[in-house]
Design a protein around this ligand. Structure first.
Ligand code: PMV
Length: 325
């Protein structure tokens, strides 16, 4: 048996703006997806039932890419600590963990993280109509804090270039890791889920429509990019008061492009009373919010009082990890 886990992610800065080429910053969170892969008889299975390519396009893509279409059947068992479809990167974590497990099953002694990130990104793209930024899959694979930009950035360690042919043409991203300073150990993220399902594709389309009708909003997208770059610097400097301030600003900007909702605004407002800053995270319209805090218990309790389901996590978690006994 092969067992591999990978963490979910939370976007700290740059969601939506990253779609328009602006930088974005995400951290791995301490909630993981674990994939167990065992040989089986008959056909490929997921959770004991036959692998349905419609239901599990990522797994189907990866097994074909890594082991080939005629390979011996295997069975995936997936255990997830993440809220599904809530903007916490559960499908990217599944792709990264499954990719690494399949590479091991192919007989490779080690799986190269750049290769895992590459294949996991392609798996996401193939499941999302050819469009996916590499931020989720890179954060799940590398762990820690990841900074994606359209250029090489001096304030973070460059890891690799990811490129993808999308329906709109060739896209390229420079993927960096931001070294987390020791001061990061004194702050926590409280992730609160509204429980409202809000498909990312619909929110991205809504923003595209808004920008078409109100081109002056492009200035806000640019500002989100500046906030993301300043946020990456503040994280690497260990200036978490500044990180919190920038998160507050990011929430105002995201609200201004119509991707917040009352539930997110309420949870953000209540979390701010005991935290350094708070914002929605991911596509918005529902999904999750995020607070950066030195008082995780108080902030989590306040968000729960507003009806949120909560995950408390340090900033950053280990990336893709082999869990074999
Ligand atoms: O909902 P999530 O966490 O998958 O975030 C989507 C982030 C967007 O910027 C809105 C879309 C994208 O492809 O980057």
């Amino acid at each position: 048996m092969v067992a591999v886990s990978a963490p979910g992610k939370a976007i700290l800065f740059g969601e939506h703006a990253v779609v328009y080429g602006e930088p974005a910053v995400a951290v791995a969170i301490d909630a993981r997806v674990t994939v167990n892969l065992t040989p089986c008889t008959g056909e490929w299975k997921v959770g004991g039932t036959p692998l349905d390519p419609e239901k599990h396009p990522h797994l189907d893509f990866l097994r074909r890419q890594i082991l080939g279409s005629d390979s011996e059947p295997r069975s995936f068992q997936v255990v997830s600590e993440l809220f599904p479809a809530a903007g916490l990167g559960s499908s990217a974590a599944l792709s990264a963990a499954a990719c690494s497990a399949l590479i091991q099953a192919s007989g490779a002694t080690e799986s190269d993280v750049v290769e895992v990130a590459r294949l996991a990104h392609f798996a996401e793209a193939s499941a999302q109509g050819g469009r996916a930024s590499p931020i989720d899959t890179s954060t799940s694979t590398l762990g820690g804090c990841v900074f994606v930009s359209d250029q090489r950035e001096s304030l973070a360690s460059w890891q690799y270039t990811r490129s993808l042919t999308t329906p709109e043409g060739e896209r390229e991203w420079e993927v960096h890791s931001v070294d987390l300073p020791s001061k990061a150990e004194s702050v926590w993220l409280v992730v609160g889920s509204t429980g409202i399902h809000s498909p990312t594709g619909e929110m991205v389309a809504k923003v595209a429509e808004l920008l078409k009708r109100n081109p002056e909003k492009e200035a806000d997208i640019k500002r989100m990019g500046e906030v993301a770059r300043a946020g990456a610097k503040a994280i690497s400097d260990g200036d978490f008061e500044e990180v919190g301030r920038l998160m507050d600003e990011a929430h105002v900007l995201l609200s201004g492009i119509g991707v917040s909702c009352q539930e997110l605004d309420d949870m953000v407002e209540v979390a701010r009373q005991t935290s350094l800053g708070a914002k929605l995270t991911g596509a918005g319209g529902g999904g999750c919010m995020l607070a950066l805090t030195r008082n995780p218990e108080e902030t989590a309790a306040a968000v729960e009082m507003r009806g949120g389901r909560v995950i408390v996590t340090p900033l950053g978690a280990t990336g893709v990890r082999v869990e074999n006994p």
